[in-house]
Design a protein around this ligand. Structure first.
Ligand SMILES: Nc1nc2c(ncn2[C@@H]2O[C@H](COP(=O)(O)OP(=O)(O)OP(=O)(O)O)[C@@H](O)[C@H]2O)c(=O)[nH]1
Length: 376
């Protein structure tokens, strides 16, 4: 029903506890830049003391670049944008030094660093492609250099570098794959209710932010239905907790049946559900809530051959332009829901009035419903 993965990362990002791909990249990039700055600074110092001022100056320039970029990179977007150019620049510098220097085995160490850096900065797929290209070029340069007479390193050294690089390449790939899997699982677990498979409040909050962006950009309406099962404690007491659980799952299935792809159904409490309906004004949301209420009350829930009477009370509210987060519409819907509970339960309450009074003289109700159910 909802794009759980998108919700998950967005929810975590907004909760500030994300190991989301972009913020992971930003953190890694800052570490890489700090290390490069320090390494080039040290190399510049050694070369200056060793009487090689030109190289020392170039290395000092690289160290300054690293530090400047470290100060500049503050946002996830910048990290995403600069990850590839930075990796390419570093790879190009290493290959250039390797190509230019006739006797320089030290460059081998830097070559072996590249798989790790590219996987960390580019992720699994781009890291794999980039490392493959980089390693092929490095190997081609080694082979070319062997064809030269002034070669400064042995075939054994090259063989060891190739083996070591392959090991690092494979281990980094395996590690990045495992990290991504764990990240995905954790992200999903953080926003999915394990019993019903619906998103939880964090997931709903993420969907709300997505919806709010489109609400502000395109001025599309949106509504929220807060639904609470009536006397659920009595169901648990009469039939047992396991049957209560089955009723909750049945509710989730019902949402799957009655809502569209773009709607977000969430379980935000024990027997409390919130339905975020993008592109539905208050009137349409009221109609949907009333149809849903009718479906729940009419059929009841059949579990293990016995029919369990289930009813629900709902509060319906439109999403307002200035709702800064999901708690604002939730509070409004909760007040309406409370009114419904107080007035006898098994009803839908909105500020428009009762569904009967709103739809009594509306010949377009069936059309409104079918139009909504057939849109994506
Ligand atoms: N089976 C099951 N029961 C749950 C779960 N989470 C909460 N509950 C139960 O849901 C019941 C909620 O009871 P109340 O808050 O009194 O609400 P209610 O009985 O539905 O009464 P009203 O909301 O006033 O109509 C409690 O008995 C909780 O133990 C769950 O995951 N599974």
């Amino acid at each position: 029903m909802s794009d759980i993965k998108t919700s998950a990362s967005a929810a975590l990002r907004r909760k500030g506890c994300a190991d989301d791909a972009a913020s992971h990249r930003l953190r890694v990039m800052r570490i890489v830049l700090a290390l490069l700055g320090a390494c080039f600074g040290l190399l510049a110092l050694f070369n200056a003391l060793d009487g090689r001022p030109v190289i020392a100056l170039a290395e000092f320039g690289m160290a300054c670049c690293g530090v400047l970029l470290l100060i500049k990179f503050r946002s996830d977007q910048e990290a995403e944008r600069w990850a590839l150019p930075l990796t390419m620049l570093l790879g190009a510098v290493i290959l250039l030094v390797f190509w230019r220097k006739p006797v320089e085995e030290n460059v081998f160490f830097w070559i072996m660093l590249m798989p790790v850096v590219s996987y960390l900065l580019l992720g699994r797929y781009r890291g794999l492609r980039y490392t493959a290209v980089f390693m092929t070029l490095a190997l081609a340069i080694s082979v070319y250099k062997f064809s030269q007479t002034d070669i400064g390193y042995s075939l054994t050294a090259v063989f060891n570098v190739v083996l070591c690089s392959l090991c690092i390449f494979t281990m980094t790939h395996a590690h990045e794959k495992a990290r991504e899997q764990v990240h995905r699982q954790l992200t999903e677990a953080a926003v999915v209710d394990p019993l019903t498979g619906l998103i939880n409040r964090a997931g709903l909050s993420a969907r709300f932010f997505d919806h709010r962006a489109s609400l502000r950009r395109h001025r599309r309406p949106g509504s929220l239905i807060l639904l609470d099962l009536d006397h659920f404690k009595a169901i648990n007491d009469s039939y047992g907790h396991a049957v209560g659980d089955r009723v909750l799952i049945w509710m989730a299935d019902l949402f799957d049946e009655c809502l569209r792809e773009m709607d977000a159904a969430s379980r935000i409490g024990g027997e409390e559900f919130a339905l975020l309906l993008p592109d539905a004004d208050e009137r349409v949301a009221l109609l949907i809530a009333e149809r849903l209420r009718g479906r729940i009350a009419a059929g009841g829930c059949e579990i293990g051959g016995q029919r369990i009477k289930v009813t629900a009370t709902m509060g319906v509210t439109p999403i307002e332009q200035d709702d800064s987060d999901i708690s604002a519409p939730l509070m409004r819907a909760d007040a309406l829901l409370y009114r419904g509970k107080r007035d006898g339960r098994d009803r839908v309450v909105s500020n428009l009035g009762s569904p009967d009074s709103v739809f009594d003289n509306a010949p377009d109700v069936a059309g409104l419903w079918s139009e909504r159910m057939h849109s994506p």
